[in-house]
Unconditional design. Structure first.
Length: 115
């Protein structure tokens, strides 16, 4: 993802529409308030765990916050993207399993690229 992503703007719109401050959303999601600010500004994209916490706190799907996988650029990390897709359709045990597999696969690819 990149700074041009609409994720941060969409997150801010949803948060404000629900009458939440950045501090309150951070509290509901169990993350630091500065993370919400940086996400809304487009400074960075959330980690898998952070995104999961935000989506659960707001009872949203990935598409609800402006992440559209039809328009993902080739430069985006495919492991991150697949993790987010799984996040939207799996229970917590499945998420842990898939996330572990993805991390192992990424390590394998990184080793392969080094050789």
């Amino acid at each position: 993802m990149n700074k041009d992503s609409s994720f941060g703007k969409k997150l801010q719109q949803i948060r404000k529409a629900r009458g939440l401050t950045q501090e309150k959303l951070a509290e509901l999601a169990g993350i630091h308030e500065k993370h919400i600010s940086k996400l809304e500004l487009g400074t960075y994209m959330p980690s898998f765990n952070t995104l999961n916490k935000i989506l659960k706190a707001l009872d949203l799907s990935i598409e609800d916050v402006g992440l559209n996988f039809e328009k993902v650029s080739a430069n985006d990390n495919p492991f991150y993207i697949k993790s987010i897709q799984i996040l939207n359709s799996a229970n917590e045990q499945e998420l842990e399993f898939y996330y572990g597999l993805l991390k192992q696969a990424k390590k394998g690819l990184d080793l392969y690229k080094e050789n």
